[in-house]
Design a protein around this ligand. Structure first.
Ligand code: 9UX
Length: 70
């Protein structure tokens, strides 16, 4: 089964931030993401080829923070 990763997103200050992050993540090959502004969480299902570090780096490149669950 495909990995499903939850990320805690920091730095979002409006609902458009969530959409921005979601669109960017979904541009990655083999990634399907939803970002919830209200909860500050991203739920990402992805190909096993896509590492969590890649997801985090993608979010950070947009200027937000992303932290996988401990
Ligand atoms: Mo949410 Mo707007 O950042 O530039 S406040 S997208």
């Amino acid at each position: 089964t495909r990995p499903s990763t939850q990320l805690a997103i920091t730095g979002m200050t409006c609902a458009s931030c969530a959409m921005r992050i979601e669109k960017k993540l979904n541009r990655l090959e083999g990634v399907s993401a939803t970002v919830n502004y209200a909860t500050g969480n991203a739920r990402v299902t992805h190909s096993p080829d896509v590492g969590v570090e890649t997801l985090v780096a993608t979010v950070e490149k947009l200027g937000y923070g992303a932290r996988p669950p401990e």
